[in-house]
Design a protein. Structure first.
Length: 226
């Protein structure tokens, strides 16, 4: 049985990843800050193990790493993320900027460092960072969302470095843009449901090979410019 670990698994895209992988017969370690309140997560059938995890809490993260010490992880999806304040130039909330970086950039690195040994134990393991096209410097032609965009651009660099760090361990690493998804972050006008987006992203993940490691892709598997 293949095993996945997903952060931010209690709603939106993370919940959809959890449900679809569980339905496909995976064992899923579903991580979120308050699993006792995650009603939709509790309703998912299959081999789903819920864990309390605030990805910014180093002690919780280390504890989960020890709890799963002997378990290989075939797929790790760093999905947890926040958008932060949407105000632009002249209205930047710098304390909030640090918080968004902590969740969107530092936390995925912490998770990767914690679970690298678990990934190494699985053949053909994959580590996926959920990024955004808004983190593409080449595609940026308008301003705004400085905080979120910069956190995802930084995450893309983390992804590229991790692909080099983990290449000797046989782990494929990629950043994936899930599309504009109808979630709390994406808003009600977004054209993609979490279920449709998750299905597309999982199909791309399934096709990734070692030659694709270190890349930045959309939900069709096409390369997004840095």
């Amino acid at each position: 049985m293949a095993t996945a670990l997903i952060t931010g698994a209690n709603r939106g895209l993370g919940l959809a990843f959890t449900g679809q992988l569980a339905k496909a017969g995976w064992r899923v370690h579903a991580c979120c800050r308050m699993p006792e309140k995650a009603r939709n997560l509790k309703e998912i059938g299959g081999d789903v193990v819920r864990h309390r995890l605030d990805v910014t809490d180093g002690l919780q993260l280390a504890g989960l790493g020890r709890e799963l010490a002997d378990e290989p992880v075939d797929l790790l999806i760093n999905n947890a993320g926040i958008f932060g304040p949407r105000a632009g130039f002249g209205q930047i909330a710098y304390d909030d900027w640090l918080q968004v970086f902590n969740v969107n950039t530092l936390a995925p690195m912490r998770v990767a460092e914690t679970f690298a040994p678990h990934l190494e134990r699985a053949p053909h393991a994959k580590l996926i960072n959920i990024s955004s096209r808004l983190g593409s410097i080449a595609d940026t032609t308008t301003s705004g969302a400085h905080i979120y965009r910069s956190s995802k651009a930084a995450l893309n660099m983390v992804t590229r470095c991790l692909s080099i760090d983990l290449q000797p361990r046989g782990v494929i690493v990629a950043a994936l843009h899930p599309g504009w998804v109808n979630t709390n972050m994406g808003g009600r006008t977004a054209p993609l449901s979490p279920e449709d987006s998750a299905a597309r992203v999982l199909a791309v993940i399934d096709r990734l090979t070692s030659e694709d490691s270190g890349g930045f892709y959309d939900n069709a598997g096409d390369v997004i410019p840095w």
